[in-house]
Write a protein that binds this ligand. Structure first.
Ligand SMILES: *Cc1c(COP(=O)(O)O)cnc(C)c1O
Length: 367
């Protein structure tokens, strides 16, 4: 927490705005609109709920197909299945680790040849690194496919100076406990389309029609963020810029301290890409280093340092094994050779040096 969250929560208690809506909800939405430079925002109970509502508003129904980055967290893909639609998983390119534009186009052509034109693409900006947006957008425009940007891990990151989440037809953010800012749990749906965001607010509050009694013409959801939780979000907005700066500093530290042949950092390909470096991630070429990512993970753990494998691609997960996937081996290779280093914004320079020297000490036995 940054420090000012409790002030807003106290305000909610003092004014007795405990039940769902209230001033913090509106205030948090305005903060997000200003920060992301997007016209409209609805705050919700999770990023997953935001993706679900985006799909519904874009008209995704039973039997439809939706493209989705395979290299991601399951929250990106599950809402497609909630709708009774079919996820079509797309592999990564090795520059940003996100959706490969070539595979994307190949998949779209193949689905069209099977008379199953996808309705939308859920484009993930994984680990805070922007995807190759212009290339992807021009393909989606050509085939008239809507883009939902999954910026759950990428708040504060930019593509050509525009905040991620504000580029697509929809953008989603997550405020889950592990994200760059958190409300303990929560999410947001962003769009420049006013009617769509109004529709999201309506659907997220059980689709209650404007009447004195409870009148329903549509199926709704209980997905709206509460006024108490939104207070935490308003407080967190005071520190988002500091958090992005700190994440980028941590990444710089690691690059400086761990400068080894065979160890490659996930890096911004050009000045068009501005990552929030949510997690500092590396890829290890064991042919060069002599050790694997998993060897390093175990060695760090013995020093009480937690690192983790990269996301396991969705097309390798049993839960999604029955759905189509267009692959090139990239995300599978990343899962086998990659590692997320400790990246919490409360890391001190002493801790970063301890992590790095544990890494370098471990590596000595392979020289
Ligand atoms: C966390 C996350 C989500 C889901 O967000 P929740 O708020 O946890 O529902 C979706 N996509 C990605 C890439 C995420 O990391």
């Amino acid at each position: 927490m940054g420090g000012q969250e409790l002030d807003y929560v106290h305000e909610a208690f003092a004014s007795n705005w405990i039940a769902p809506l209230g001033p913090n909800v509106n205030g948090f939405e305005e903060d997000l609109q200003r920060y992301c430079l997007t016209d409209h925002a609805a705050v919700l109970t999770s990023g997953t709920a935001a993706i679900h509502l985006a799909l519904i508003i874009l008209g995704v129904e039973m039997g439809d197909e939706v493209l989705v980055s395979s290299f991601t967290f399951s929250g990106s893909i599950n809402p497609i299945i909630y709708q009774g639609a079919t996820p079509v998983m797309i592999d990564s390119e090795s520059l940003t680790w996100n959706c490969d534009p070539n595979i994307l186009e190949e998949a779209i052509k193949d689905r069209i040849s099977k008379k199953k034109k996808p309705k939308a693409l859920i484009l993930v900006h994984l680990y805070g690194m922007p995807a190759q947006y212009d290339e992807i957008k021009s393909i989606c425009d050509q085939y008239e496919i809507r883009i939902i940007e999954d910026a759950a891990e990428a708040m504060g990151a930019k593509y050509k100076d525009r905040k991620l989440g504000s580029l697509g037809d929809f953008g989603i953010l997550s405020f889950n406990g592990n994200k760059i800012i958190t409300t303990s749990g929560g999410g947001a749906l962003l769009s420049s389309n006013k009617e769509w965001i109004e529709k999201a607010r309506f659907l997220s509050t059980q689709a209650r029609e404007p009447a004195v009694h409870y009148e329903h013409k549509e199926i709704g959801f209980n997905y709206r963020m509460s006024n108490v939780i939104a207070g935490i979000g308003r407080g967190q907005m005071k520190v988002i810029d500091d958090r992005v700066e700190k994440k980028r500093e941590i990444n710089q530290w690691y690059r400086k301290l761990i400068n080894l042949e065979g160890v490659k950092f996930l890096s911004e390909p050009s000045s068009d890409f501005f990552s929030n470096h949510w997690l500092s991630c590396i890829q290890i070429d064991s042919k060069v280093t002599g050790f694997k990512a998993e060897d390093l993970r175990i060695a760090l753990l013995a020093e009480n340092i937690e690192s983790r494998p990269l996301w396991k691609p969705m097309h390798l997960q049993q839960a999604y094994s029955g759905y189509p996937a267009y692959t090139n081996g990239t995300s599978e290779n990343l899962f086998e050779t990659g590692l997320c280093l400790p990246s919490g914004t409360n890391l001190t320079s002493e801790e970063l040096e301890r992590i790095s020297s544990s890494f370098l000490n471990f590596r000595k036995q392979y020289q």
